[in-house]
Design a protein around this ligand. Structure first.
Ligand SMILES: Nc1ncnc2c1ncn2[C@@H]1O[C@H](COP(=O)(O)OP(=O)(O)OP(=O)(O)O)[C@@H](O)[C@H]1O
Ligand SMILES: [Mg+2]
Length: 269
């Protein structure tokens, strides 16, 4: 379903501090694969997802999604098939709009033009849509279904991230990209958002990449784990082997692979 071939990107080309952030990276994903990505700071994890989403344009290589060469498409075109969540809960929602208005925008993503966001911010939300949003929000168990007219800017980081997750998946995307999406949340809220994420992915069988520095999460979720270092995939661990691994095993692997030191951000317990 996703075929990445010989992907390379260099930042600051022809300067003294040029950086090859992805180095001839190839990867194949099957439908429904839920791949966790680990690796030290600067390994190229976010760059990989940015190249897939179109935020960055790769220098070399190809990205095919269900047979179409998406690396040639503009970012907003790719967004019709790709859902994204970042570390920052402030990204991905419009703070001055209500919960239901945000959901409405996400729900219409399928037939949006980019101009939609600026031209038609006052959108009529049908009764059926309101019911749908209410039922989806209640799955989060955060009481947001009772606050559908509240401005999103008033929500806590965890509530906002859960809403962003709902928005990214209300029309199940072909591919879901999660970049440390629980890292800025307190441990309890992070666990909750992670649990909801897993349920949504499982329910829709959504093909997903999830970058995390939480090795426990990387091992507990998904059916495959890749380890990145210096713009390459240095390990690709299947479901069976992943199930048998402990956090200590991952640390030993890092040592044998001589991957750079664990980052400060790495959570080991
Ligand atoms: N827009 C950019 N301009 C210049 N250099 C960049 C840019 N984006 C990424 N890089 C560089 O590319 C390398 C890979 O960065 P990337 O953000 O992909 O790392 P990462 O694996 O996501 O790290 P972290 O765990 O810290 O988030 C780094 O050296 C980074 O400085
Ligand atoms: Mg990153």
């Amino acid at each position: 379903m996703l075929e990445i071939k010989n992907l390379s990107i260099t930042f600051n080309k022809q300067t003294a501090n040029d950086k090859k952030a992805l180095n001839n990276l190839s990867l194949h994903l099957n439908e429904g694969d839920f791949v966790t990505i680990i690796g030290s700071n600067g390994a190229g994890k976010s760059t990989l997802l940015n190249c897939i989403s179109g935020s960055y344009q790769n220098d070399e290589g190809s990205i095919d999604l269900n047979g179409s060469a998406i690396h040639t498409l503009k970012e907003h075109k790719r967004a019709q098939h790709i859902g994204r969540l970042f570390q920052d809960p402030l990204k991905g929602t419009a703070p001055n709009m209500s919960i239901e208005e945000n959901l409405e925008l996400a729900y219409r993503r399928g037939n949006l033009t980019q101009n939609f966001y600026t031209r038609f911010l006052k959108v009529k939300i049908s009764k059926e849509e309101k019911e749908l949003f209410k039922s989806k929000l209640s799955l989060l168990e955060l009481g947001l279904e009772e606050r559908m007219k509240s401005k999103v800017g008033l929500l806590s980081g965890g509530q906002r991230q859960a809403l962003t997750l709902l928005m990214a998946t209300i029309i199940p995307p072909t591919l879901l990209l999660l970049d440390e999406h629980t890292a800025a949340l307190d441990p309890k809220t992070a666990a909750k958002v992670m649990d909801i994420t897993n349920k949504i992915i499982k329910k829709n069988n959504t093909t997903t990449f999830m970058i995390t520095h939480n090795i426990k999460h990387a091992l507990a979720y998904g059916n495959r784990m890749i380890v990145m270092s210096e713009g390459k995939i240095v390990m690709d661990i299947n479901d069976e082997d992943k199930k048998k691994m402990s956090v200590e095993d991952v640390m030993k692997l890092y040592a044998t692979l001589s991957v750079q030191e664990f980052s400060d951000k790495m959570i080991l317990d």
